[in-house]
Write a protein that binds this ligand. Structure first.
Ligand code: 5GP
Ligand code: MG
Length: 177
């Protein structure tokens, strides 16, 4: 298997900081923000964005997580639907500006499932999507508001996202056979 580096550690930090600043630029009332990460790497990213926003604003930002499982052991099998396993949303969703965070955006089906799960908790004022890697290949009309890196990836290729929170070093690799 061949792999090449898409983002190194410094580039990941820059992308996270840029996304956080864009969130603040777009949302003039940071006290209305909440951040929700999608397991597993989306939660790590969401935490980093949250810490940056909290440092900038000196306000605490409510946060939560969604665990969404793909019926997808085979990465080339992209027609299956993701299912929401568990949700951890302990703040009032009603009227909030929610930043939904995931590591990779592909078909858009995970985000569709996440939006469904969020809406069960109430009517947010807005939901904005932050993604580290947009790999293209959308099958639904879903786009990210904040993107670390956009790159077109073949269906037989895979992006490997590694974070220090997972025990390794921060790195995003493109892997192909
Ligand atoms: P989608 O539902 O948009 O097809 O896929 C997005 C979900 O699958 C995300 O939660 C993401 O973590 C995962 N995913 C899709 N493609 C890749 C990939 O190439 N690499 C990694 N690490 N995750 C992916
Ligand atoms: Mg995922």
């Amino acid at each position: 298997m061949k792999s090449s580096i898409l983002l190194n550690s410094d580039e990941i930090t820059l992308a996270v900081n840029r996304i956080s600043l864009q969130v603040l630029e777009k949302n003039h009332s940071p006290d209305n923000l909440a951040i929700v990460g999608i397991h597993t790497c989306g939660v790590f990213l969401a935490e980093r964005i949250r810490k940056f926003v909290e440092q900038q604003t000196s306000q605490s930002v409510p946060h939560g997580s969604l665990d969404i499982n793909l019926y997808r052991d085979d990465w080339s099998l992209i027609t299956q639907n993701p299912v929401v396993k568990t949700t951890d949303i302990s703040f009032a969703v009603e009227g909030r500006d929610i930043i939904l965070v995931d590591d990779v955006l592909f078909t858009g089906r995970t985000i569709r499932a996440a939006l469904d799960a969020l809406m069960d908790y109430g009517r947010p004022h807005s939901v904005q999507l932050a993604i580290l890697i947009d790999r293209g290949g959308r099958e639904l009309p879903i786009q990210a508001d904040y993107i670390g890196l956009s790159t077109t990836v073949r269906t037989d290729e895979r992006i490997q996202v590694m974070f220090t929170e997972n025990g390794g070093q921060d790195e995003v690799l493109l892997q192909n056979q």
